[in-house]
Design a protein around this ligand. Structure first.
Ligand SMILES: *Cc1c(COP(=O)(O)O)cnc(C)c1O
Length: 455
């Protein structure tokens, strides 16, 4: 067989035309979203004031295995997809490992991350429903950027609440979003009730994703013709992101390959849920048994140190309750933490799979993550996002284990994006001033104390 290329692109014809819904193959379903007051499971209709109708339906549908990707969504996908499946020959050589390392690179678009895959779908369904605009939150800024692009393309207004610490540290992210026509407000702000309450409790709050979500949901539900959209965590987002895994699996099949280990970074779980979807399907249906590993930051360890409990998805308690691995909606990640992935909770779908033993999770320290990023950049010529570098760390560690054991395993990891807006963090790493904040048990207890009591 000919040598496997450094980068393999599927053709447009080979590109998947449907998203895959992993819930259809889960024997036990994630626990339902419940109403924070009555604790009753929410019907689909209860989500209509928050999400547009088709997305509310995708959120609740656990039986439809495949959803057709609408033609206008496919059209925009084809502006930057299929994304390449890369063979990390140079990294393998640098590590002197017998392992074969593949990565799926999602950073080849202006937003610089996989988030565009869901942003396009969500903006399209909103436009199709005749809505005027959307609200959302953004942390590091990738989601806000991706959604700005999608809203500009489909002709929708967009109001973004950006976590205050990122707003101040990444002024150019804001400029990019404004270029695509979005209106950007630092959160917590005094423009919403939720924001004012958070500021009253802590006037110097740096903000968090949980705070920004509260503000965005409030604005959407109070503004005619608007809905709220979220870039991670939700079932609908994992559904859209399944394009990553479907393309990966198809490309690996063309190479006559199948991964022994699939690795992804985990913030809210969307890229990981998308990457693993068809491989987890094989696991659930008994066709194959790959190891699946989530890598999360030691500073925000939802899987590895969180509780599997019902919690609010936001700090201001305007959302329904979801059962997930969580550090508590009041958990505030350290402000010196640069590496993204700062959300208190985790996708309920992945939480269920992790709880039932279908996947593993590890945590990584910030300086170890940047060491992996730098090692990777030098040989693979891509400057990774700090979030993505968690997956690189995980892949390097597994490849080094193969070196010890002499096993030639096949590793696939998700390289979710590029890090050009994260250069202050890279600089801190180079200067030796980067800190590792690992919360103490006592600090985590403070977050757990904010979990709602269900009786
Ligand atoms: C948002 C983001 C992540 C983490 O989000 P998930 O929903 O866990 O995938 C990872 N990498 C990049 C580049 C991101 O922008």
């Amino acid at each position: 067989m000919a040598k496997i290329p450094h980068r393999l692109y599927l053709t447009e014809e080979q590109m998947p035309k449907q998203w895959y819904n992993l819930r259809a193959d889960m024997k036990e379903q994630p626990d339902p979203l419940i109403h924070p007051g009555t604790h009753e499971p929410l019907p689909e209709q209860a989500l209509y004031p928050i999400f547009c109708d088709k997305l509310a339906h995708q959120e609740m549908d656990s039986t439809t295995r495949y959803f057709d990707i609408p033609a206008p969504v496919l059209d925009m996908y084809q502006m930057y997809r299929p994304s390449p499946l890369c063979r990390a020959y140079n990294l393998e050589k640098a590590l002197d490992t017998p392992a074969k390392i593949y990565y799926k690179f999602e950073g080849n678009n202006t937003s610089g991350s996989h988030k565009l895959n869901s942003a396009i779908a969500q903006a399209y369904y909103a436009k199709e429903q005749g809505l005027k605009g959307l609200t959302t939150e953004t942390g590091a800024g990738q989601w806000g950027t991706a959604l700005s692009e999608a809203c500009a393309y489909f002709g929708l207004d967009l109001k973004v609440f950006m976590v205050k610490v990122s707003y101040e540290q990444k002024p150019y992210r804001k400029a990019v979003m404004q270029t695509f026509g979005a209106d950007v407000t630092p959160s917590p702000s005094n423009t919403t009730e939720a924001g004012r309450a958070i500021l009253a409790a802590d006037p110097h709050s740096n903000g968090s994703l949980g705070c920004a979500i509260s503000e965005a949901v409030e604005l959407a539900t109070k503004t005619e013709g608007y809905r709220y959209v979220l870039g991670s965590v939700l079932n609908q987002v994992l559904l859209h992101q399944s394009i990553i895994g479907l393309e990966s699996k198809q490309a690996m099949e063309l190479l006559d390959e199948y991964p022994d280990i699939v690795i992804g970074c985990a913030g809210g779980g969307s890229n990981l849920g998308g990457l693993i979807a068809p491989f987890m399907q094989d696991k659930l249906t008994g066709k194959a048994d790959p190891r699946i590993i989530a890598v999360e930051p030691a500073s925000c360890p939802s899987f590895t140190r969180g509780k599997y409990a019902y919690d609010f998805c936001d700090t201001g308690h305007v959302t329904p309750l979801a059962r997930m691995y969580t550090l508590g909606n009041g958990f505030m990640p350290a402000s010196n933490h640069a590496g993204g992935l700062r959300y208190h909770g985790m996708s309920p779908m992945l939480s269920k799979l992790y709880h039932d033993g279908y996947m593993e999770a590890v945590s990584a320290k910030q300086t170890d993550v940047f060491a992996a990023a730098v090692q990777f950049a030098k040989v693979e010529t891509i400057l990774p996002a700090p979030e993505s570098a968690h997956a690189i760390r995980g892949a390097i560690d597994e490849a080094l284990r193969c070196k010890e054991s002499g096993e030639a395993k096949t590793i696939l990891f998700g390289l979710t994006g590029t890090g050009y807006f994260d250069m202050a963090a890279y600089q801190a790493y180079h200067d030796g001033t980067m800190q590792n904040h690992i919360p103490t048990d006592a600090e985590l207890e403070k977050g757990f104390a904010t979990l709602p009591q269900l009786g």
